[in-house]
Design a protein around this ligand. Structure first.
Ligand code: LIP
Length: 259
């Protein structure tokens, strides 16, 4: 099944390459959708419904979410839409399969960098078919992928306080504008920490399984397991010890919203 899912995601991701597109502003400059988001989402739904008849869908570019199914596909047709719309390579198609309260499969495909990350629960994680695992770097040498909350700028100062303390106690910061890829970068040992105040489930659902199958850990801002069907803040790390340090920094600086 995972090989068929990878083939579907990679084929649909190719729609992002070399095609003209239009852009619609949903609200504000940060929240946009392109005609190719819609095309990728439609192509994925058509193929995934055949792959798993009777499954439901939770998709970024759809208002009605069909969750009353044993299996639910959690789809971000283009994670990093703003990057994509400006010709920046860091963007990806993210597809996760949710079953009985947890993710069972996840695929994140970045067609411009030629990277496909995948995982099946209990079977490890891969990048282009090769096994991947998190780094063992300590917090002092940790690089954190983090974002200020572009859709919740009222929480910018407290989020910035988290970034500042991690920057002073760790190594450095990075921001790629795509949670799905950033969490996969932790999974393959490029970076060690992740923080974002509030994400939609399609941003992180697939990549959270890839990270955990690569040996990493991810929770909500209060240290609880992620609900991969609902919006939530996300912290993640290459190991539990580094996550505990990050969780303490977040707890002291961020007022956790009731999502
Ligand atoms: C993006 C997230 C990213 C966040 C961006 C945006 P989208 O998802 O993956 O982490 O900081 O604001 O929400 O909207 O490009 O699918």
């Amino acid at each position: 099944m995972i090989d068929k899912l990878i083939n579907i995601v990679e084929k649909c991701a190719q729609l992002m390459v070399g095609h003209d597109f239009s852009t619609i502003q949903k609200d504000g400059y940060a929240n946009i959708v392109t005609s190719l988001d819609m095309a990728v989402q439609s192509a994925l739904k058509e193929r995934l419904a055949k792959l798993l008849p009777g499954s439901g869908f939770l998709c970024e570019e759809e208002d009605r979410h069909d969750l009353c199914h044993e299996y639910v596909w959690v789809i971000d047709p283009i994670d990093g839409t703003v990057n994509f719309s400006r010709g920046v390579e860091q963007c990806a198609v993210s597809v996760g399969l949710h079953h009985n309260g947890r993710m069972e499969m996840g695929v994140v495909c970045s067609p411009f960098t030629g990277e496909t990350f995948a995982a099946v629960r209990g079977q490890g994680a891969t990048r282009n078919g090769e096994p991947i695992s998190v780094s063992q770097r300590p917090f002092a040498n940790a690089i954190m992928c983090a974002a200020l909350p572009v859709y919740h700028k009222e929480h910018a100062k407290e989020s910035a306080a988290v970034l500042t303390e991690v920057f002073l106690r760790g190594n450095d910061l990075r921001r790629f504008g795509t949670a799905a890829l950033e969490l996969c970068y932790l999974a393959m040992g490029r970076y060690e920490l992740y923080f974002e105040y509030l994400l939609s489930p399609w941003d992180f659902a697939a990549a959270s399984l890839i990270l955990s199958e690569a040996g990493g850990v991810a929770t909500d801002l209060g240290g609880k397991p992620l609900d991969t069907l609902a919006p939530t803040g996300v912290i993640a790390a290459n190991n539990a010890a580094n996550l505990a340090v990050l969780a303490d920094i977040v707890a002291r600086n961020v007022t956790v919203a009731n999502n």
